[in-house]
Design a protein around this ligand. Structure first.
Ligand code: URA
Length: 434
């Protein structure tokens, strides 16, 4: 069947078969289908959805568009963690060295920013010289020798996700359960891991706005993992406000390095521990969450995790001086405050608006080939539950030029909900599904 017929079939709400899905994915990965046709396919799937079997076929085809790593010769439990996407979510950058310092092996294939959310790869590339395009051989060697490596999808590893991910980013087709599940699971299974911990973000800054939607996504990914013989645990975590205080590439890198030095904000560290515990439990190197937390704590406070990060950065060509002097990351010098118009308490934050403002500023992409300015971002001064007085700073915009601020200010006008009643910050852990 022609690709046009496949698109019409999905557009009309019909079920695709394995061959139709495979033909589309493999041809697109090989460059035989132009982007405008792929974007029509994505929009049809976005609107009509896919059932479990179609999602599994899509995942397999994406995975098989490139190589699947065989890491069986590497000793130790191979594990990874992946987030469904959030704002200010720099957890992977901290967990990669932290869990490797605890003795596990982490082969991490990550993505760039997606929609209004940031991406691990764009953040790591704020370190001058840091290479995220590794050869498969170098990636495997680093996992074997130092316990961790991180790379972006490539022509050899999940090329279909490399292309579809970039296309979804700019065509309004991100928030789709089959597209998210297949994107994440194809990468994770291609890595050759034994186990996976998923961070399913839920709330105003996540792709899944309700616990119910997040559970459906978690179940879809666990089901794919099970069918592919992988052990998968999912944790639903809160994304009703940015994690930590920093949003943007270089500034999030700065916050992640501070966390590895033991100075991370409490909410960020709580999510790091929640997911790290599940990774150690899945690998059976800890018997209880308490024991796992103790191990993580020891590796963090002894600076073993920080030293492991230094090793990863050095191996991947990054300037390790950035770790000691984070000014070298090049965070924008200009800081424009957005202030409160009233006294009260922060009752809510429109986290989607904050992520979108960062993209609009130039910290993310609006077209497929846009260069991201990693220096730009936002820093939150107030979070949910905090008291605020009229004229006090709610957040600061990090920029190099005031015209950037004028462009995004309208987006930030109604970001904070302020009222007279004090509210509790949302609980970070919504649910564990294992
Ligand atoms: N992370 C991914 O790799 N893909 C998605 O679709 C969402 C988050």
């Amino acid at each position: 069947m022609s690709i046009g017929e496949t698109i019409r079939k999905k557009r009309d709400g019909l079920r695709l078969d394995a061959q139709e899905i495979r033909d589309f994915v493999i041809s697109y990965a090989k460059g035989e289908i132009p982007d405008y046709i792929a974007s029509a396919f994505l929009m049809a799937v976005f609107i009509r959805g896919m059932d479990d079997e179609e999602t599994l076929w899509l995942t397999s085809a994406m995975m098989e568009s490139g190589e699947t790593l065989d890491l069986s010769s590497i000793e130790g439990f191979k594990i990874d963690k992946h987030s469904t996407g959030g704002v200010g979510d720099k957890v992977s950058i901290i967990l990669l060295p932290l869990v490797a310092a605890c003795g596990l092996k982490i082969p991490m294939i990550s993505g760039r920013g997606l929609g209004h959310t940031g991406g691990t790869i764009d953040k790591l590339e704020a370190i001058p010289g840091f290479r995220t395009r590794l050869s498969v051989e170098e990636f495997v060697k680093n996992v074997d020798e130092i316990g961790a490596a991180v790379m972006v999808q490539s022509e050899r590893l999940v090329p279909a996700d490399m292309k579809l991910y970039a296309m979804r980013d700019v065509t309004g087709t991100v928030e789709s359960i089959p597209l998210i599940a297949s994107s994440i699971m194809s990468k994770k299974i291609a890595e050759g891991i034994d186990g996976l911990v998923l961070d399913i973000k839920v709330g105003s800054g996540a792709f899944m706005k309700s616990d119910h939607e997040a559970e459906v996504l978690a179940e879809a990914m666990i089901d794919i993992g099970k069918k592919m013989g992988k052990r998968v645990t999912a944790v639903l975590t809160d994304m009703n406000q940015p994690l930590g205080r920093a949003v943007g590439n270089a500034v999030e890198m700065e916050e992640a390095i501070a966390a590895l030095k033991g100075n991370g904000p409490a909410d960020l560290m709580e999510v790091v521990y929640l997911l790290g515990e599940q990774m150690l439990l899945l690998a059976q190197v800890a018997k209880t969450p308490e024991a796992a937390r103790k191990t993580l704590d020891r590796c963090l406070s002894s600076h073993q995790a920080l030293e492991k990060f230094r090793e990863i950065v050095e191996r991947q060509g990054g300037d390790v001086n950035c770790i000691d002097d984070t000014n070298l990351l090049g965070v924008a010098r200009g800081k424009t405050p957005v202030t409160s118009q009233q006294n009260g308490y922060i009752q809510g934050i429109d986290t989607y608006a904050i992520g979108s403002a960062c993209v609009e500023l130039g910290g993310g992409r609006k077209t497929i080939d846009q260069e991201v300015d990693r220096s730009l971002g936002l820093v939150l001064n107030k979070k949910i539950g905090d008291a605020v007085e009229e004229g006090e700073t709610l957040l600061s915009i990090l920029c190099n030029d005031v015209s950037e601020v004028e462009r995004i200010s309208p987006l930030l006008e109604r970001t904070y909900t302020i009222g007279r009643r004090k509210v509790k910050p949302p609980s970070l852990k919504h649910k564990l599904i294992s």
